[in-house]
Each structure stands twice: as structure tokens, then as C-alpha cells.
Write a protein of this length. Structure first.
Length: 54
């Protein structure tokens, strides 16, 4: 039983998987916040183009 708990085979795989999941979540959060920002930029550009065309 002691040997079973002392074995660390596969531990690095789990750590890399958790790190990859953290990076993926951070990337998703960044893309979501960028989406709102880009939408507001396009809204401003569209309104200025509409106003200049009149």
C-alpha cells in the first residue's frame, strides 16, 4: 500500500493537463472580453461612416 501512494507515474501528465486547461480558460476569457470591445469599435466606425455619407 505504501508503494502505491509513493508512485508518481503519470503525475506530470496530470499537471500538464491542468496547466493546459488553465491556459484555455484564460484564452476563452480574453476572447470574450475582446469580442465586446471589437463590437463597440465597429459600432463607432459604422455610425461615423453613416454620418459622413449623408
Amino acid at each position: 500500500m505504501y508503494r502505491f501512494f509513493r508512485q508518481e507515474h503519470g503525475q506530470d501528465l496530470i499537471e500538464y493537463t491542468l496547466l493546459l486547461a488553465l491556459i484555455a480558460l484564460a484564452g476563452a476569457a480574453a476572447f470574450m472580453s475582446m469580442g465586446a470591445s471589437i463590437n463597440s469599435i465597429w459600432t463607432v466606425v459604422n455610425s461615423r461612416l453613416a454620418a459622413s455619407g449623408s
